[in-house]
Design a protein around this ligand. Structure first.
Ligand SMILES: [Zn+2]
Length: 312
């Protein structure tokens, strides 16, 4: 069984009509899923809202207080300028977090096999600040939730969004139980300017992170597959107890804010291979987040390709 979260409360996380991260992203995907009949092959789950304690699994109390304050005020910025507050951003960000936590509970209790949470995968926020359109970091909240609620120790996080998942990477850079593999556009060309191949983890976690930057122009599927083979070799040795994939659609050709040239086949391949690895190592436990993606057509095609791979 595949479970997908869908509902107005989840779509509400966004920065207004006309913004690259606008509230129309969810329906861009869902309308395409319905058109191709994918919605009939899966379970649709309603959005779930996380409480403050759950947000503080990962975030500092001081930061959550700031988020609540600026959300009520409805203006101001949550970081150096990329991530503005809007009325209700605290609540809509809490829904993103609530869906991934609920998804993990469904997987861990055996109610479903795979979960897809569109809009989630806000991988830039740090414990104490927002960053790059990410008011919270639902991946960090999920990692801490898996540890706290389910006693999971070894977790593999795979990120194929065009941007380096710096919020996850640097918060777990020295954590030996969190294995990270991240394919992204070279930081010399794109925000956040990090994720170089020399960054492999620190202290006890040395060698447990894999950064694979691809250099534009003309990054194509064949470059992705080459990098992907290294990720598979890395993950096979790890034997994690839970897999998380951030399947950002902004690494597809034609995204307005990045410069990569992949097709949805890359994301489909990554999802299929992670399903296989999850079946081999951890009873199939895999939660996928939609991540970035600012070309609406690409969001539709890519997230549908991911869904199809999960259903197969
Ligand atoms: Zn991105």
């Amino acid at each position: 069984m595949v479970t997908v979260y869908y509902g107005e409360a989840l779509a509400a996380y966004g920065f207004g009509e006309g913004h690259p991260f606008g509230p129309d992203r969810l329906d861009a995907f869902w309308n395409a899923a319905k058109q191709s009949g994918l919605d009939r092959k899966l379970e649709v789950a309603p959005p779930v809202i996380a409480n403050r304690e759950e947000l503080e699994y990962f975030h500092t109390q001081t930061y959550i207080e700031k988020l609540i304050r600026l959300s009520a005020k409805g203006s101001g910025t949550l970081d150096c300028g990329d991530t503005p507050a809007y009325p209700g951003i605290y609540e809509s960000a809490s829904v993103v977090a609530g869906c991934v936590l609920d998804g993990a509970r469904r997987i861990m209790s055996g109610k479903t096999d795979r979960v897809f949470v569109p809009i989630a995968g806000l991988h830039h926020a740090r414990r104490d600040t927002a960053a790059g359109f990410c008011a919270i970091n639902d991946i960090g909240i999920l990692i801490e939730g898996l540890r706290k609620e389910h006693g999971i120790k070894r977790i593999a996080y795979v990120d194929i969004d065009a941007h380096h998942g710096d919020g996850v990477f640097y918060e777990y850079e020295d954590d030996p139980d969190i294995y990270i593999a991240d394919i992204h556009e070279d930081g010399n060309y794109l925000y956040p300017g990090t994720g170089f191949s020399s960054e492999t983890g620190t202290g006890k976690a040395k060698g447990r992170k894999l950064n694979l930057p691809l250099t534009p122009p003309n990054v194509q599927d064949r470059d992705f597959y080459k990098a992907w083979n290294r990720i598979e070799a890395f993950l096979t040795k790890v034997r994690p107890e839970f897999f998380i994939l951030q399947a950002g659609a902004d690494s597809i050709f034609g995204d307005p804010i990045t410069h990569m040239g992949l097709t949805p086949d890359a994301h489909s391949h990554a999802t299929r291979q992670l399903c296989r690895l999850a079946d081999e190592h951890c009873q199939g436990r895999l939660l996928v987040t939609g991540g970035g993606g600012y070309n609406r057509d690409n969001i539709a095609k890519t997230w549908c390709a991911v869904l199809e791979a999960l259903i197969d």
